[in-house]
Write a protein that binds this ligand. Structure first.
Ligand SMILES: O=C(O)CCC(=O)C(=O)O
Length: 247
């Protein structure tokens, strides 16, 4: 009985004071999944991929994006890498300097700044030993199986303004794997100008977030940075829009 009372008291106390990710993490550690500081439909795994898994996924993603660029740009990067005395040891060293990439200044809708991107049709699993296992682990978090994958590489000063993903382009959930420099994900209810609900979390390399159902459709998401924070690459997995498929 004493233990139960302590649990109730402590839980009540925590429920009234969760408003930062570290408090949320502490709560999850103490109470397991019973308390979530996020709205239903939002999940966050702060340390899902270990460093070796992050390096594999980042290496494969950069190689796919590089393959889409003009030969002259690829040559400049090849020269850069061959001038380096050793192979990269950290994730941040796996990115070449910003000026060696062809980043777009702005997306057609003005939401994304300083980026390159591609829709992926296949992963180079034959060239990256162990990649398949990493992809299977990531896909184990996806609520459904029919998916599409998008790679988004932000320059050191790249960011993404608040938006709701085009509802005709994908279905009811969005999963984001973060690699490279940490940014902040801000989520804000889109249709309640007076009493909107809002939260933000830091999304370090190796973390994964999922927005589904109401959160996917009624919250805007933005990727913010405080200053020049370094390059970041996200692997964005979405379900297909089944309504579109059945037309
Ligand atoms: O990079 C991210 O985590 C979010 C990307 C995004 O906002 C989008 O693709 O619509």
């Amino acid at each position: 009985m004493l233990v139960q009372n302590i649990y109730r008291l402590t839980r009540k106390h925590f429920n009234s004071c969760i408003d930062t990710p570290s408090q949320a993490h502490l709560c999850r550690t103490i109470f397991g999944a019973a308390i979530s500081p996020y709205p239903p439909g939002f999940s966050f795994w702060p340390n899902f991929l270990n460093t070796a898994e992050q390096k594999l996924l980042l290496g494969a993603s950069l190689s796919k994006l590089d393959g889409c660029e003009a030969r002259s740009h690829r040559r400049r990067r090849r020269d850069y890498w061959s001038s380096r005395p050793q192979t990269p040891t950290s994730l941040s060293e796996m990115f070449a300097p910003d000026e060696l990439y062809t980043f777009e200044q702005g997306h057609y809708d003005g939401v994304i700044h300083h980026y390159r991107e591609m829709h992926l049709t296949s992963w180079p699993s034959d060239e990256f030993e162990g990649l398949q296992g990493v992809l299977e682990r990531v896909h184990s978090l996806c609520p459904t199986k029919d998916t599409q994958t998008h790679l988004l590489h932000l320059a050191s000063h790249g960011d993404i303004l608040p938006h709701v993903d085009n509802i005709s382009a994908s279905g009811s959930w969005i999963l984001g794997v973060s690699l490279g420099a940490e940014r902040r994900l801000r989520m804000r209810e889109a249709n309640s100008p007076a009493n909107y609900s809002e939260f933000s979390i830091n999304i370090p390399s190796g973390s994964v977030y999922l927005q589904r159902d109401d959160v996917r459709f009624s919250y805007m998401h933005a990727i913010e940075r405080d200053q020049e924070e370094g390059q970041r690459l996200s692997v964005m997995i979405r379900d297909l829009n089944n309504k579109k498929l059945s037309l």
